[in-house]
Design a protein around this ligand. Sequence first.
Ligand SMILES: Nc1ncnc2c1ncn2[C@@H]1O[C@H](COP(=O)(O)OP(=O)(O)O)[C@@H](O)[C@H]1O
Ligand SMILES: [Mg+2]
Length: 250
Amino acid sequence: MGVRQSAGQKSGRRTLSAEPATHLAKLPPPPRTKPKFLVCSSGKGGSGKTCLTRNLSVFAAHAGLKVATLDLDPQQGLTNWFAIRPEEAIAIPNVAVPLADLSRALREVEALGELHLVLVDTPPGVDASPAEMRKLLLMADFVLVPTGQGAGDLRSVIEWMRFIRREERPSAFVLNLTVRAAGSFDRAKQRLIEAGDLCPFDIRLYESIRVSDEIGLSVLEMKGANGLADLRGVWGFVRNALGLKVASDE
Ligand SMILES: Nc1ncnc2c1ncn2[C@@H]1O[C@H](COP(=O)(O)OP(=O)(O)O)[C@@H](O)[C@H]1O
Ligand SMILES: [Mg+2]
């Protein structure tokens, strides 16, 4: 009595079970998904880069994304904030390496394993390590440029945005520390929209945002804090711009 052959064997095609096990061991591991890089930068100190990085990283972690932060500012404002976070606050890995040593910073981020999102905080100015800054920009999936609404703030960020756009990086301004009732608010929006994209949510000047920074919390983690709706709006804008899916999208 003959042994029944499968269609694959009859036609001479090799079935998976016929492969020697050693062959499988030689296959490369499945490709790792590359994390999205969100870079917060502006030509101006005190515009809210670190504040945005903190708050957006907590929104991302609470949305179930695997997220890490990269503190490229030698002053390490972001890293100091992590150091004072309460134990029960959501854990977010942070790499602190100055921008001047960007290659090492990226190796350390890579060593964290698979991530969906890396939020990068940058030094106050943009001139300290121009070559590294440009390299960082070129690898950014999105560049967020926070700015105050004063004329002095606008000048430097508009110039910085010109550079970002010359490098063809997706980017947007976000107005921070805003006072909506002041005439300068509308004037700032008008100037920014002529110079680049503008996040439709601004972040108002709120004492609770400043306090949250001082106590190692994000606004999302503080009961009844002002500024939550503003920051949630910015997070939604950024998430969409990066094409990040979260659990609630399913
Ligand atoms: N919307 C806001 N309302 C109130 N205080 C803010 C707001 N955004 C930032 N701050 C405060 O302003 C200061 C400068 O912000 P920071 O994020 O450190 O700026 P940068 O990193 O661009 O130098 C910090 O003390 C921060 O807590
Ligand atoms: Mg900072």
